[in-house]
Design a protein around this ligand. Structure first.
Ligand code: MBD
Ligand code: FE
Length: 281
């Protein structure tokens, strides 16, 4: 039986050296963070009696995670990204910022510089036989006044749950658009109804989830960045009601206020009532 060494002075002196605590160069905050990380990691190795074999398997796992560019995907799956939202919510509540559309996670699949248009956009290339979807909304400020000139940056998956740039079968920026709001703060997009995302089944994130007894599925959803000069940036999504994964999202992004009910607008009266572009029959 080996004794616990991490609480010994010799061990603390050693990680102080490995973390450059006693040298002049470098960054003090960074050193403190890495030092703490080392202490906790070594404590974990000791507490769980991690074998050398397990250690090197973990090293290999991290290499694969990076190789497959799934670090951010795992961060979403472990709830770390949701944790960042919980922190942001708490600090905004403390600052007295309330109301408005809630934030939820960005996820790992955003691509900047999508085509920009005024007030409306068509997001799909017309080649996916998905169900047509009209997305209509209004950006308002904290006093509920319409905000003109706001940028609504929208991205979502196709009918297979796949995103352009990560799916070579789609053209660049398919299902990704930026729309500038009109004088009345409104914007509208025509797209297709997305399907939910599932983690790559042969990837390292899904492999880890399997060991946790968890799935890697998200409900069908649509991502939004909303920004305007002089205003805080909003990162959010809507989750489509009726999806089997709605309240079982592997990335923990669903929020009650962000659930959208897709309405069938072959009924022109509903379309007009909701100020939606009336679809051609
Ligand atoms: C997604 O589409 C997504 O939004 C998140 C959070 C994780 C993986 C895929
Ligand atoms: Fe997504």
């Amino acid at each position: 039986m080996s004794e616990n060494i991490i609480h010994t002075e010799a061990f603390k002196d050693f990680i102080a050296v490995s973390c450059g605590i006693n040298v002049v160069g470098g960054d003090a905050r960074f050193k403190a963070i890495i030092n703490r990380m080392m202490f906790d990691l070594c404590g974990l190795i000791e507490e769980f009696a991690i074998s050398d074999e397990e250690f090197w398997r973990a090293v290999n796992y991290l290499n694969v995670l990076g190789e497959r560019k799934e670090v951010a995907l795992l961060a979403a799956g472990l709830g770390l990204e949701h944790f960042l939202d919980m922190r942001a919510d708490a600090s905004e509540a403390a600052a007295g910022h309330t109301g408005g559309t809630p934030r939820t996670i960005e996820g790992p699949l955003y691509v900047a510089n999508a085509p920009l248009s005024q007030r409306q956009a068509r997001m799909d290339d017309g080649k996916d036989p998905g169900e047509p979807l009209w997305l209509c909304g209004q950006v308002t400020d904290q006093h509920d006044r319409p905000l003109a000139g706001a940028i609504v940056d929208i991205w979502h998956a196709n009918t297979h749950g796949c995103y352009s740039f990560f799916d070579p079968s789609q053209p660049p920026y398919n299902l990704r658009r930026r729309i500038e709001t009109a004088e009345d703060g409104r914007y509208a997009a025509r797209s297709i109804l997305p399907s939910g995302y599932g983690c790559p089944l042969d990837g390292p994130t899904q492999a880890l989830l399997n060991h946790l007894g968890r799935h890697g599925n998200r409900p069908a959803h649509i991502h939004f960045f909303v920004s305007a000069p002089g205003h805080r940036h909003l990162t959010t999504q809507i989750n489509l009601n009726g999806d089997e994964w709605l309240w079982d999202d592997f990335a923990f992004a669903t929020r009650e206020e962000l659930i959208a009910d897709p309405v069938n607008v072959t009924d022109r009266h509903i379309a007009r009532e909701r100020d939606m572009p009336v679809p051609h029959t």
